[in-house]
Design a protein around this ligand. Structure first.
Ligand code: FES
Ligand SMILES: [Fe+2]
Length: 365
C-alpha cells in the first residue's frame, strides 16, 4: 500500500463492503427449511440435536412420521430426549409430564389435569428421502412449496450415498466456500482439484436470489471420477457448477466428456450431483450433510465405497480450511486489517449480501 491516504480510502470502502455482508456474528436466518437429520437416524428412541441455537428432540410416531419438538420440558427444563415414548406421547423422565406429538402437555401426574394450555414448540417437519427437513422459524410461514425439489435425490435412475461432517465454523463461510471454485487447485490439490482449474474462465450468474458459477476445464479427471469412469490417463472436459439454492442447501454439479471417445457415444453424459445441506448448529458451528448422486457405474458397491472415501477426504479439507480461518478470527482483527475481495469472489460476496438482507428482514419483522 503506497500512502496512508490510499490505506484510509481502502479501509473505508472495505469497511462499508464488509458491513453489508453476512458474517459469523449475524443473527441466524430461521424462516427457512433446513435438514435436521438423515431419515435413517430417526426411530422410536428420541435423540437430541442442537439446531440453530436450540436443542431439538427428534423421533418417529408409531406410523413412522418424523417429529421435532423443543427439547426442554416446560416444567423444569429437563431434556425431553431423556424421556421415553409411550405410543405417540413422550413422557418427561423427571416428573412425568406427558406430551403429545404437537408438543402439548396432556398429563401432569401430580394433579388431575394440566394447568391450562402448556407445552413446547413443535417444528414443522417434512421428510424427503434421504433427509428430514424442519422449519426453524415461524410455523405460520413454513411453506411446503419452498422445500427444495431435487429429483435426482430421489429418482431410481441415480445411485447415491449420504455423509456428514461437523464444522467448528460459521455456516456463512461454508456457503461462500461452496460457491467458490477458485480453491480447488490448491486446497484440494491432492483430492479433486487439478492444476488447470486455477486459471480457467469462470461463468457467473449473480441475480439474487440466484447465485451460480461454472467452469469448463480440459484436463485428466481426478481419480474420484476417472477411476469409476475407466478414464484414467485420458483427456476430458470437466464442467463444474456450484449453485446456492437457499440458506439450507447448495448444489454442485459435475458433467464429464471424454475427448478420446466420439461424443455421440457419450449419452447420457456422465454426471454427479451433490446436495450440500448446511444447518447452523450455532453461529460458530455447522452441521454439514451431503449426498452425492451419480448416473454412471450404476449399482457398483465398490465404486460407491471408493467415491465415498475420496469425497470424505476432499470435504474434510474444506472443514480444515474453515476451522483454521475461524481460529484466526477468534484472535480478533488486527488494526486496519480488511479481507480483500477479487473478481472470482463476486458470487460469494453477493450471496453473503443476500443472506445479510434475509437476516436483517427477519430481525426487523
Ligand atoms: S422437568 Fe419435565 S416434568 Fe418436570
Ligand atoms: Fe472445497
Amino acid at each position: 500500500m503506497s500512502t496512508s491516504i490510499e490505506s484510509k480510502r481502502r479501509e473505508k470502502i472495505g469497511a462499508i463492503a464488509t458491513a453489508s455482508m453476512a458474517n459469523r456474528a449475524m443473527p441466524l436466518i430461521r424462516n427457512a427449511w433446513y435438514v435436521a437429520a438423515q431419515g435413517s437416524e430417526l426411530g422410536r428412541t428420541p435423540i437430541a440435536r442442537q439446531l440453530l441455537e436450540r436443542s431439538v428432540v427428534l423421533f418417529r410416531r408409531e406410523n413412522g412420521e418424523a417429529v421435532a419438538l423443543q427439547n426442554r420440558c416446560c416444567h423444569r427444563s429437563f431434556p425431553l430426549s431423556e424421556g421415553r415414548l409411550e405410543g405417540d406421547t413422550l413422557v418427561c423422565r423427571y416428573h412425568g409430564f406427558r406430551y403429545n406429538c404437537e408438543g402439548r402437555v396432556i398429563e401432569v401426574p401430580s394433579q388431575s389435569h394440566p394447568p391450562g394450555e402448556i407445552g413446547v414448540h413443535c417444528y414443522p417437519v417434512r421428510e424427503k428421502s434421504p433427509f428430514v427437513w424442519f422449519w426453524a422459524g415461524d410455523p405460520g410461514k413454513a411453506d411446503e412449496a419452498c422445500l427444495p425439489h431435487q429429483e435426482w435425490l430421489e429418482s431410481a435412475d441415480w445411485d447415491r450415498y449420504a455423509g456428514y461432517l461437523h464444522i467448528n465454523a460459521s455456516y456463512v463461510h461454508m456457503h461462500e466456500n461452496l460457491l467458490d471454485l477458485s480453491h480447488l487447485s490448491f486446497l484440494h490439490e491432492k483430492t479433486f482439484g487439478t492444476p488447470e482449474y486455477a486459471r480457467a474462465p469462470i461463468e457467473m450468474t449473480v441475480e439474487p436470489p440466484n447465485f451460480e458459477v461454472w467452469r469448463h476445464v480440459e484436463c485428466e479427471l481426478p481419480a474420484i471420477y476417472s477411476k469409476p469412469l475407466g478414464w484414467t490417463g485420458q483427456k476430458a472436459i470437466r464442467s463444474s457448477g456450484a449453485q446456492f439454492v437457499g440458506p439450507g442447501l447448495h448444489v454442485n454439479t459435475g458433467v464429464f466428456r471424454n475427448l478420446e471417445i466420439p461424443e455421440s457415444g457419450q449419452e447420457p453424459k456422465p454426471m454427479v450431483k451433490v446436495a450440500q445441506l448446511i444447518t447452523p448448529e450455532s453461529r460458530d458451528a455447522t452441521h454439514y450433510w451431503y449426498c452425492l448422486s451419480r448416473n454412471f457405474a450404476r449399482h457398483d458397491e465398490g465404486v460407491t465405497e471408493f467415491m465415498k472415501n475420496a469425497q470424505y477426504a476432499a470435504f474434510s479439507e474444506d472443514v480444515y480450511a474453515l476451522e483454521h480461518i475461524r481460529g484466526m478470527q477468534d484472535l480478533g482483527e488486527p488494526p486496519g486489517f480488511l479481507e480483500i475481495n477479487v473478481a472470482a469472489d463476486r458470487p460469494g460476496v453477493e450471496m453473503r449480501r443476500y443472506l445479510k438482507q434475509l437476516s436483517d428482514a427477519e430481525q426487523a419483522g
